[in-house]
Ligand binder design. Structure first.
Ligand SMILES: Cc1ncc(COP(=O)(O)O)c(C=O)c1O
Length: 440
């Protein structure tokens, strides 16, 4: 039975997934590598279109998206200004000649990134995925220090290509590929501000990092807030502690802000909450409003560890600085800045956090944590997290399971989400929790 809701809210018109989604699932099963998409009778739905914070599936069901599609759509799905910039650029130049003959858009984008980046970060390397941005950062740190040892953190997620996987601290991704993951990585504990002994955990973590640096590690890579781990926010002062340790030991500090960057946490970059900056900053996801794009931005000193190109770059890729992606990113930055979306992520995020706190009364909710428009609900089990995800979908809102053990749900709505959409989606999520609790 179709339920009437207002045109800016969810509208579930039939069974979830509907017949078209199910038919597409069969076709996908036949032709996509089977390790990619989880297919079951009740999951997934196939997306047809999206706008702002609304997603419509191939069966005509409309959902409120609390994921921004992995944190990408901060300025909204198919943001009209981004769409217009892509369309205009597509008429002029879709693809350029990478590292050989640069496009004008690439120069404009590089300057914009240098302006937006915190502190003295001013030189960039452009790529197409977060994994690549991380790979470039790790290679840069090695060229600068000539030492392969790296400190990374338990629960971290930096991508799945081999070098990013080497610093990813979630065992289920690493275990099948042991021969490809570097052994020169030391994993330190990532402290959580939610833990009862948060400050002790932070001190213990810093001691582990310090002894690794004293033992020869020369780079530290981390997410200022861990995303895939279920949104883990470290205690205040810990990032600054890492900055001080790296300064003392001459180590390169790398912040992976692929998830947290471009306003997600209520500042343009999460490290700005502590008034510090890394030596290298990896960005991606929300950079270009949905076009695949990423970058590594660094201080001149660290980035100049790369020799000047003599005609053949030793690190580049076919789509480096793709003009379409540059145009999309520039339009997206304007939306974030002129549209006040970063400030909106802070103010709306505070209200979202307060509303989520009330979820603690549900016995399945173990923890609520986050900042800006990036929140995690830790639940009592992975089974519960997945059944809440499915129940929420059936009710008309999209959330993502996350967490090192799969027992969390991440909420990262677009910063353009309308208030009635956000509160409606939370009502649906609360209902989903109540339904799933009964089933689990
Ligand atoms: C913090 C962080 N780093 C790196 C990545 C990898 O980015 P990509 O999937 O674009 O390779 C992700 C993706 O989720 C991420 O959240």
């Amino acid at each position: 039975m179709a339920k009437q809701t207002s045109a800016n809210l969810e509208a579930i018109v039939g069974e979830i997934p509907g017949p078209r989604s199910r038919a597409l699932a069969e076709s996908l099963r036949a032709h996509e590598s089977r390790g990619v998409t989880y297919l079951a009778d009740d999951f997934p739905i196939f997306w047809e279109s999206a706008s702002g914070a609304l997603v419509t599936d191939v069966d005509g069901n409309r959902y409120i998206d609390l994921t921004s599609a992995f944190g990408v759509a901060t300025s909204g799905h198919t943001n009209p200004a981004v769409v217009a910039a892509i369309a205009a650029q597509a008429q002029a130049l879709i693809h350029g000649l990478g590292d050989v003959h640069p496009s004008r858009m690439r120069v404009a984008l590089l300057s914009a990134l240098a302006r937006l980046a915190p502190g003295p970060l001013e030189k960039c390397f452009l790529s197409s995925s977060g994994s690549e941005a991380v790979d470039f950062a790790l290679k840069t740190a090695y060229l600068r220090t000539k030492k392969p040892g790296i400190v990374a953190f338990e629960g971290s997620y930096h991508g799945l290509a081999s070098s990013a996987l080497s610093v990813t601290g979630i065992e289920r991704f690493r275990a099948p590929f042991k021969p490809f993951v570097s052994e020169s990585v030391t994993f330190a504990p990532y402290p959580s501000a939610s833990a009862s002994a948060a400050q002790n955990d932070a001190a213990r973590s810093l001691r582990t990092v310090e002894s690794a640096l004293a033992g020869g590690c020369a780079a530290v890579i981390l997410e200022p807030i861990q995303g895939r781990a279920g949104v883990v926010v470290p205690p205040r002062g810990w990032l600054r502690g890492l900055r001080e340790l790296c300064d003392r030991h001459g180590a390169v500090l790398i912040f992976d802000e692929i998830y947290t960057g471009f306003g997600r946490t209520g500042k343009m970059f999460a490290c700005e909450h502590e008034g510090i900056h890394p030596d290298l900053l990896c960005v991606g996801k929300a950079i270009a409003g949905g076009i695949p794009f990423a970058a590594t931005i660094g201080t001149r000193h660290v980035m100049d560890a790369w020799e000047t190109s003599r005609g053949e770059a030793i690190y580049t890729s076919t789509y480096l600085g793709n003009p379409l992606a540059c145009a999309a990113a520039l339009a997206n930055f304007e939306q974030l800045e002129r549209g006040g979306l970063v400030a909106r992520a802070a103010t709306l995020g505070a209200q979202l956090g307060a509303r989520l706190e009330t979820f603690r009364k549900n016995p399945g909710v173990v923890d609520v944590r986050g900042r800006g428009l990036m929140w995690g609900l830790e639940l009592s089990s992975a089974a519960l997290a997945f059944s809440v995800t499915k129940a929420a979908l059936r009710l008309g809102t999209i959330v993502l399971p996350s967490g090192v053990r799969g027992n969390a749900i991440t909420l990262a709505p677009p910063a353009v989400i309308e208030e009635d959409q956000l509160w409606r989606a939370l009502t649906l999520l609360e209902r989903a929790l109540a339904q799933a609790e009964v089933v689990a």
